[in-house]
Design a protein around this ligand. Structure first.
Ligand SMILES: Cc1cc2nc3c(=O)[nH]c(=O)nc-3n(C[C@H](O)[C@H](O)[C@H](O)COP(=O)(O)O)c2cc1C
Ligand code: SF4
Ligand code: SF4
Length: 264
């Protein structure tokens, strides 16, 4: 496969998916670009790709699914034209369930041809006790090897056109039901009203007039605001939220899951 440009396109509120997608683009070599769809303004731009492009589509797993963005499905601003695509989902050491399959279905719907898919490990957004040091050195070594194998496979493929339905990835249809969020992060007295959280929130859930809370109907619980608040002022504060996190820590903390790759 002779591609002229590799574009890494990702949604990544806490940065792990971005890290993987950008590194993969670099390892595949040549002319690379990246598009961060975490930023709202980048989701407002329509992007078109040709069959001479190669795209990497990356997203984190939320509740075994792709993140559901209010009023604007993820990747809805992209259009391929039989464009080969590599699909990446990152997850926090529990499981990725139907997210990779959902991404493959979505990619095909948008005119892309999935040629590879991967489920990759990262720190769980809500706890350092679940994969807190991941991706670690072993993850990156395995990643580089997988990228080299992928590159060799792509070089062996002529045109992607005939491969539209060739990639098979795990998951079930119908997908797991999406859960409605009942929590949102709140700021405490350390807040200096700097406005950083308003800027980094991918859904516009925080208003400059009400920095203490967030709009529950827009909040996707991504924790970008929590991780990027320079004062450490924002956090999920409900006991019920932390009870769930503690249960997850007990179940998934001691286990080490490994990356999975699927190629056409
Ligand atoms: C709302 C939410 C739901 C999540 N659901 C899952 C899940 O179902 N399985 C899992 O293993 N990790 C889950 N995670 C962890 C993220 O998938 C993981 O930390 C991911 O790498 C974050 O990507 P990012 O750093 O690119 O934002 C969830 C995280 C959040 C914020
Ligand atoms: S980023 Fe933190 S300190 Fe800045 S406005 Fe938001 S909550 Fe306040
Ligand atoms: S308010 Fe909600 S959606 Fe916005 S950054 Fe914070 S957790 Fe994410």
């Amino acid at each position: 496969m002779d591609y002229q440009k590799v574009t890494a396109i990702y949604f990544s509120p806490t940065g792990h998916t971005a890290q993987y997608a950008v590194r993969l683009a670099g390892l595949l070599g040549g002319n690379t670009a990246d598009v961060d769809l975490t930023r709202r303004e980048n989701r407002d731009r329509q992007l078109h790709f040709s069959k001479n492009d190669l795209v990497i589509l990356g997203a984190p797993v939320y509740g075994g699914r792709l993140p559901g963005l209010p009023g604007q499905p993820l990747f809805s601003n992209l259009q391929g034209d039989n464009t080969p695509a590599i699909l990446l989902v990152t997850y926090g050491n529990r499981h990725y369930d139907d997210a990779l399959l959902e991404l493959a279905d979505l990619a095909r719907e948008k005119g892309f041809i999935p040629v590879a898919g991967s489920a990759l490990l990262a720190r769980h957004t809500n706890s350092v006790k679940i994969g807190g040091d991941r991706p670690d050195a072993a993850d990156w070594e395995a990643f580089a090897q997988a990228a080299a194998a992928l590159k060799a496979r792509l070089e062996g493929i002529g045109e992607a056109d005939g491969l539209r339905d060739s990639l098979s990835v795990p998951g079930n249809r119908p997908y797991r039901a999406s859960r409605k969020n009942v929590f949102f992060p709140q700021a405490d007295s350390r807040c200096t009203r700097c406005g950083k959280c308003v800027q980094v929130c991918p859904t516009g859930a925080i208003s400059a007039d009400h920095l203490e809370g967030a709009d529950l109907s827009l909040c996707i619980n991504c924790a970008a605001c929590v991780h990027q608040c320079p004062e450490g002022a924002r956090a999920f504060r409900e006991d019920a939220f932390w009870e769930k996190v503690h249960m997850l820590e007990q179940k998934c903390g001691p286990v080490r899951r490994e990356a999975e790759w699927y190629l056409v």
